[in-house]
Write a protein that binds this ligand. Sequence first.
Ligand SMILES: Nc1ncnc2c1ncn2[C@@H]1O[C@H](COP(=O)(O)OP(=O)(O)OP(=O)(O)O)[C@@H](O)[C@H]1O
Ligand SMILES: [Mg+2]
Length: 232
Amino acid sequence: MSIPIAIRLDHVSRVYPRADETVRALDQVSLQVPASCSLAITGASGSGKSTLLALAAGLDPASEGRIEVLGQDVTAMTEDQRSDFRRENIGFVFQNYHLLPTLTVWENVMMPLVPTYPDTLELKARALQWIERVGLAKRINHLPGELSGGEQQRVGLARALIGEPTLILADEPTGNLDSANAGTILDLLFELAGGVHRSVVLSTHDPAIAERCQHRVHLEAGRLVSSTLEEL
Ligand SMILES: Nc1ncnc2c1ncn2[C@@H]1O[C@H](COP(=O)(O)OP(=O)(O)OP(=O)(O)O)[C@@H](O)[C@H]1O
Ligand SMILES: [Mg+2]
């Protein structure tokens, strides 16, 4: 039996046409990420790490090539279909947290499930469980602006995981944190994400973080220049 694949990129490019020059943020990238694995995307600033994650999440469309996520062709979906697919299957952790500033910790964590979850009390209880798991039980009614960076990232993690997604994509999840906080966030990410057929793909500048993942790919100027993954 073949190993299930979490993400497959087949000659994928993302081009940003500009008046002066065309930026190839991703340039003919092909790779496949097996299910139940962790992968680090490394590369200098501007090499295309965020672009690759945004494409895999369906946050941004590819200009060329084909992207399959969890066996589904994301490139054939409309924007609405991609956002439904993302809500059902993917948890995304943003480098800058992307919390809604006027909502409390509790409300931020509930957000992804509000459109689909019928029972608010049940949803509140479920959010509370995740908030406890990331160690923020004493902060449930705080606003993001009243939290430290590490605390905000823990809220971001709880929000990404409340839907129990099959795929977790994290764009420099510890980029703004000191090394102690970064370690805590990563421990939580791997612990909470650990599960059958659950995959974690993160981007990082930090070789020590990349070493914690089972696989690594390296980008230079939008091109994949080295990879520990099996070839497509
Ligand atoms: N909306 C856009 N319009 C034009 N160019 C863009 C756009 N978004 C990204 N780019 C360019 O695409 C390239 C890749 O950007 P990307 O954000 O993926 O890099 P990155 O590896 O995540 O960098 P960093 O480590 O700084 O986060 C960069 O050269 C960037 O300037
Ligand atoms: Mg980036």
